[in-house]
Design a protein around this ligand. Sequence first.
Ligand SMILES: Nc1ncnc2c1ncn2[C@@H]1O[C@H](COP(=O)(O)OP(=O)(O)O)[C@@H](O)[C@H]1O
Ligand SMILES: [Mg+2]
Length: 366
Amino acid sequence: MDEPMERLACHFRKPRPKVRRPLGAPVKPGSQQRARYEHAANKKEQGPNRPHRSQCRKCFPPRKRIFFADAPLACYLLLRPKWMEQKSDLDLRPAPQPGPFGRFYLQELINSGGMADIWLATDSAGKPYALRKLHHRLRFNFVARRRFLRGCEILSKIHDHEYVIRYIEHGKTGGALYCLMEYVESSNLKQLFSRGDPILHDHVGNILIDMAVALDHVHESGFMHLDFKPENVLVTRNANVRLVDFDLALPKPTKPIKSSKNPGTPAYMAPEQLLRQPFDHRADLFAYGSTAYELLTGEKPFAGDTPSEILRSQVDRTAFRTPRDLNPEIPAALEKVIMRCLEREPDKRYPIASVLVHDLETILYV
Ligand SMILES: Nc1ncnc2c1ncn2[C@@H]1O[C@H](COP(=O)(O)OP(=O)(O)O)[C@@H](O)[C@H]1O
Ligand SMILES: [Mg+2]
C-alpha cells in the first residue's frame, strides 16, 4: 500500500486519500509505473521532507516540451542548405527588386537562369550593361561560387568576337558576385522557339552558321563551352547571335579528359559525357547538332525525361527520326551535316568546328 502512495506523493505534493483501489487488488504491472515507484523510493531515501523540485526530470520532464517546441527550428537548420539550393515551382521569396548595386543601378530584371539573375544595369553616366548576379540563395554554395568565378575568368580570356558576349569586368559587391557584360537587346533561342518567332524561319541559315562560328572562336581561344543549348544563344532583332553562359566552360584539353562531375543539360550532352567517359571539344559539336536539330524541326533529337532515358535513345537509335523525317524542307546536305554532329562516336563527328563552319557556308550561302 505504501508504494503507490509514495508514487502519488511524488506527483502531487499533497498526499491523496489513502485508498485508491480496493484493498488487496494487485498493483498494475508496467515499466513506467515501476520506474516511478523506484524514483519515489529514492526520494524517500533522501528524506521525506525534501521539497519537491520543479526540475525533477522524471516527474515533470520540461526538456521534452522544449524539444517539441524547438523541432521546427531544428528541422529548418538541418534542411536549410538543401532548401537554399532548390528552386521550387512555388517560390515564396520576394522577387528581386531594382535598386543601387555598387556603382551601378539595377534597372530591370532581364532573366533569371539556374545560377544567376541577369539585370539591365546602368552606370552613373546612364550607359546600359547586362549585370549577371549570382542568386542570393547560392551565396554560401561554394561549388556555385567557384563555377561562377571560373566562368567569368574564362569569358575574360576569350578574345572579343562579334558572336560571343563581350566581357567587361567581374567582382563582388556587398558579398554578391557579379559579372558585367555588354547588354544585348535580344531573346534567347528557347524563347524564340516557344513563341514561334518568324525570325527563326527568315534567318535560320545565318543563325546556324553564326552559332558554329561562335563555337569555333571559343575553341580557337583554347576553351570548351560545355553548356551549348538554345537558352545560351541570344538572337537580336537583326538575327545577330551572341553566345553566353560560360559557367561550365573548361580549358580545351590536348586529349579527351574525364571529369568526376558532369554538369550540364542532359538533352544536349554527348553520350560520352552522360556515360562519364573522357570527352573533349567534340562534345560541344554534339550539343551544336542537338540545338540545330531543334531549331529546324521544333523537337529534340533524343527523347527522354531522365539522363538514362536520353542516353538510351542516343545509343539505340531504332526510334530516331532524321531532321528530314520531321521537316522535308531541310536540304539533304544540311541534314548530313547535322547527322555528323550527332554521331555517337566522337571520332565520327567533325574534328574541329571550323570544318563544320566551312560545310555550313558551302550549303547555306548560295
Ligand atoms: N548580355 C546579355 N544581354 C541580354 N540578355 C542576357 C545577357 N546575358 C544573359 N541574358 C539573358 O539571361 C538568360 C540567362 O543568362 P545566363 O548567362 O545563361 O544565366 P544562367 O547561368 O543563370 O542560365 C539568357 O538566356 C538571356 O535570356
Ligand atoms: Mg544559361
